[in-house]
Design a protein around this ligand. Structure first.
Ligand code: CO
Length: 128
């Protein structure tokens, strides 16, 4: 009985140690192989801006001309996406879960804010 428990414990230790080493190994690999976080040239997730905690994240986003950017309100407050000047960005009030999309067809810098909370600020830079 004791012998069996000892063997079982030893086997478990080997498994745990193996898992730990394996995890460390794969973590090292992904660390060296994955590119640094960037919003440029990474179209999959990078064109989504999350609205939460009275902030746009990322607050600054650079995209290529012709890109559609999506704002998603994950906050339990309503917000807008509104150009500081002009009307390039002019969302309605977005409730929780609300989404606003806009396609940028001209190169430029587009600063915007949230109308109910003017301290909420963001910028989209559109480049060729
Ligand atoms: Co707001």
């Amino acid at each position: 009985m004791t012998y069996f428990k000892t063997k079982l414990t030893a086997a478990l230790l080997v498994i745990v140690a193996g898992a730990f080493l394996g995890l460390g190994c794969s973590s090292d690999d992904s660390g060296t192989n994955s590119p640094p976080p960037s919003n440029v040239g990474n179209p999959a997730d990078s064109n989504v801006i999350t609205i939460d905690n009275f902030a746009f994240t990322p607050a600054a986003l650079t995209v290529k001309v012709g890109t559609t950017v999506t704002w998603r309100n994950a906050h339990d407050e309503s917000h807008t996406v509104t150009s500081d000047t002009g009307s390039e960005l002019d969302s309605p009030l977005l409730a929780t879960g609300g989404v606003y999309t806009h396609t940028f067809n001209a190169v430029g810098t587009y600063p915007y804010h949230c109308t109910p909370h003017p301290f909420m600020r963001g910028t989209v830079v559109v480049e060729q």
